[in-house]
Write a protein that binds this ligand. Structure first.
Ligand code: GDP
Ligand code: IMO
Ligand code: MG
Length: 430
């Protein structure tokens, strides 16, 4: 049976966690392929509200396994505290598997993340400070530590850590002029992590292949969003992995033919955390009103999210990059009660109209939004579970987004809970 992907279509925080939790009952496993605990995925169901950072969002479904694939970077401290948190609430995590090949976020990566951001000054990316970038750098530099290394401390971990620390400590003492890192301190932590994580560390690439070869389908859980992709996003204001669908093949050991559907989640408007261009950004009183109404504060860092109107140019680009077979539109309910709503349908730069998302970040920064205004709706969409419950103007807004992006909306989400969902077209058959 195939794999289905649910990924971020915008700048992250689109509501992927909610949608994955809604769909996960239909699959054998939910699988993360990129990013790390920079993600914050919120799930609200009959068991309560959960904020997940590394553990896949299907965890509340009994019998559905969770896989953290080789493309993910794993902070063992974060993972253990998430496991403990779920355990204390009675959620079974025995079917959580972590790839031996996934890279470890070490304490020195977290320190480096902060030092690099400080050094960048006004050009700081506004990272989540979780050590994500420095860990991916080490992976590509071939001095990273992998989760599987924790299981062979003497033979593999010690020599690899010694090598890594020779580079890091030179950087810490000579460039940043801070204290060096002590090998024994890190080894002590590694021993604790190894003991506790050992039962979860598995060759997940093989587990995935076995599931697909059998009668099981799996759900790929994107983290971050396409516009934060290190290649396809607004570089350098991006994350350090590939949240777009290409990252799923690399990050899981999956071939593209096994992916039967790629659905991206979009908010009915836009948000972004951190620096970088956002052409349809709103500022001032209305932005504050929208942010407060929607409670747009980061799940991971608590930072205020920047807010804006739905950007159809960026969404169309996201459709192309990912070959989307469908869309999910979330948080339609947040727009209830506004007298008018707008959609960004093009950009204007230096007096010229452009309809494509530029790869040149400098150009993107100068893009001014061209808006189309639509009448708002008084009747609520909140908690609606059927298209027929939507006010006519809300439905026209949804249809217009579909038309502009060139992609069918398969689910409309009308609230944070699992059941506040309108299934327009089945995403996972059966
Ligand atoms: P993710 O990172 O894509 O999983 O999204 P986050 O969990 O970081 O942020 C999405 C926020 O929107 C969370 O607080 C969700 O509970 C909430 N949410 C998801 N879908 C809806 C919806 O349709 N309506 C409302 N009001 N909230 C939603
Ligand atoms: P989810 O999965 C929103 C942003 C950060 C910063 C940039 C780089 O919850 O949608 P990093 O720490 O990754 O090096 O930061 O990426 N960012 C996110 N924004 N949602 C996320 O994840 C994000 N993960 C990273 O704010 O701008
Ligand atoms: Mg989030």
């Amino acid at each position: 049976m195939p794999a289905y992907a649910v990924i971020g279509g915008q700048w992250g925080d689109e509501g992927k966690g909610k949608v994955i939790d809604y769909l996960a009952g239909k699959v054998a496993s939910v699988v993360r392929y990129a990013g790390g605990n920079n993600a914050g995925h919120t799930v609200v169901n009959d068991r309560g509200k959960f904020e997940l950072h590394l553990i896949p969002s299907g965890i509340c479904w009994e019998g559905v396994s969770g896989i953290i694939g080789n493309g993910v970077v794993v902070d063992p401290e974060g993972l253990l505290s998430e496991l403990d948190g779920l355990g204390s609430r009675g959620v079974d995590t025995s079917l959580l598997y972590v790839s031996e090949r996934a890279h470890v976020i070490m304490p020195y990566h977290i320190v480096l993340d902060e030092l690099e951001e400080k050094a960048k000054g006004v050009n700081a990316v506004g990272t989540t400070g979780r050590g994500i970038g420095p860990t991916y750098v080490d992976k590509v530099s071939r001095i990273g530590i992998r989760i599987g290394d924790l299981l062979d401390i003497k033979g593999v971990l010690v020599p690899r850590l010694e090598q890594a620390l020779s580079f890091k400590n030179a950087l810490f003492t000579k460039v940043y002029e801070v204290e060096p890192v002590n090998l024994d301190d890190i080894l002590a932590k590694c021993r604790v992590w190894a003991d506790r994580l050992a039962p979860h560390i598995q060759p997940t690439e093989q587990i995935i292949q076995d599931l697909l070869a059998g009668d099981k389908s799996i759900l790929l859980e994107g983290a971050q969003g396409t516009l934060l992709d290190v290649d396809h996003g607004s570089y350098p204001y991006v994350t350090s992995s590939s949240p777009s669908i290409g990252g799923a093949c690399i990050g899981l050991g999956l071939n593209p033919q096994e992916i039967a559907g790629v659905v991206a989640v979009f908010k009915a408007y836009s948000t972004r955390v951190g620096s970088g261009p956002m052409p349809s950004e709103l500022l001032g009183d209305f932005a504050d009103e929208l942010r407060e109404k929607a409670h747009e504060y980061g799940t991971t860092t608590g930072r205020a999210r920047r807010v804006g109107w739905f950007d159809a140019v960026a969404a169309r680009y996201s459709r192309q990059v990912n070959g989307l077979t469908g869309m999910v539109l979330t948080r339609l309910d947040i727009l209830d009660g506004f007298s008018a709503v707008k959609i960004c349908v093009g950009y204007e730069v230096d007096g010229q109209r452009i309809d494509r998302f530029p790869s040149n970040t400098g150009l993107l920064e100068r893009c001014q939004p061209v808006y189309e205004e639509h009448p708002g709706w008084d009747q609520p969409t909140a908690s609606a579970t059927d298209v027929s419950h939507l006010p006519a103007n809300a439905l026209s807004y949804v249809r217009r987004i579909e038309e502009l992006v060139g992609c069918q909306i398969q689910i409309i989400s009308t609230g944070p809970s699992r059941e506040e969902t309108i299934l327009v077209h089945e995403i996972i058959p059966g």
